[in-house]
Design a protein around this ligand. Sequence first.
Ligand code: ADE
Ligand code: ZN
Length: 339
Amino acid sequence: MAATSIEKFITGIPKAELHLHIEGTFEPELMFEIAKRNNKKIKYNSVEEVREAYKFNNLQEFLDIYYAGAGVLLEERDFYDLTYAYLKKVHSQNLKHTEVFFDPQTHTDRGILFGTVITGIHKALEDGRTHLGISYKLIMSFLRHLSEEEAFNTLEQAMPYKDWITAVGLDSSEVGHPPSKFQRVYKKAAELGFHTVAHAGEEGPSEYIWEALRLLNVVRIDHGNRCLEDEQLVSELANRQIPLTLCPLSNLELKVISNLSDYPLRKMMGKGLLLTINSDDPAYFGGYVNENFLRLAEVLDLSKKDVCDLAKNSFRASFLDEKTKIRLIESVEEYYRNN
Ligand code: ADE
Ligand code: ZN
């Protein structure tokens, strides 16, 4: 039997995604369709023009376009369609489990009800579980360029839907908005029983990762690239096995790194960090989870064993219960043995 190519191996391996913004899955085709039925104007004339505009020099340039795109989402059905389109796409990539961020404030600040947003997303996630066999957790992100008071307000609005939300997160413009700004709201969220994660060390300094750990008590760091600037921090993350949810194509498109071949994955692996591979905002960065694996595998010459370890990490670092984690990790090992 001929050996499976790395591309086929990546396509078929069971995996989870732990860093995915649902608003970042908004493909231009669906954006035009939803804009049309909602009578909303898009400032581009065609899908091609939209894709042409997706050239970013930093996080903020991307966020400006990302928030504008989300502006055509009005009805529960829109949030449903957005979410289900993502699930169908990753079903074809053998994704077994996804932990999805949503940014309620991007919508409630435009007058959309919190309930409209979360109900559409939740229904699609439930349908994805039933019909596509993809399990999920939902993570509510606070926008860090807004105030902590507004985050508290969002937490309040989430209370009727508490059972649908597993964790809180922190995203948007990082520099100038340190985790310390959100210490009180994270404390409250933890008291209410939410797990906590935060974006840190994407553009912001390694001190923000320390703050996320010490002040927000996060159990996962989203991105975390800049931990490499602080040896003591690397040891802390490795000793405690705090997962980093890495997003290679996002880092490339937002100029966090200049070349994918410079991606410090091997360096991070060598330090014993618990690493996962994710897509962040796949409609904007040119690839879903498999493309992130594949492009990295090509430039870093990843072996099947490397890919297998990363896929196992994706389950290990998830919010799934221990029994389910073990079952899914075993399914990865079985796949590795047979391919
Ligand atoms: N929101 C969506 N994608 C993001 C990213 N990569 N960093 C911060 N906020 C985001
Ligand atoms: Zn992100």
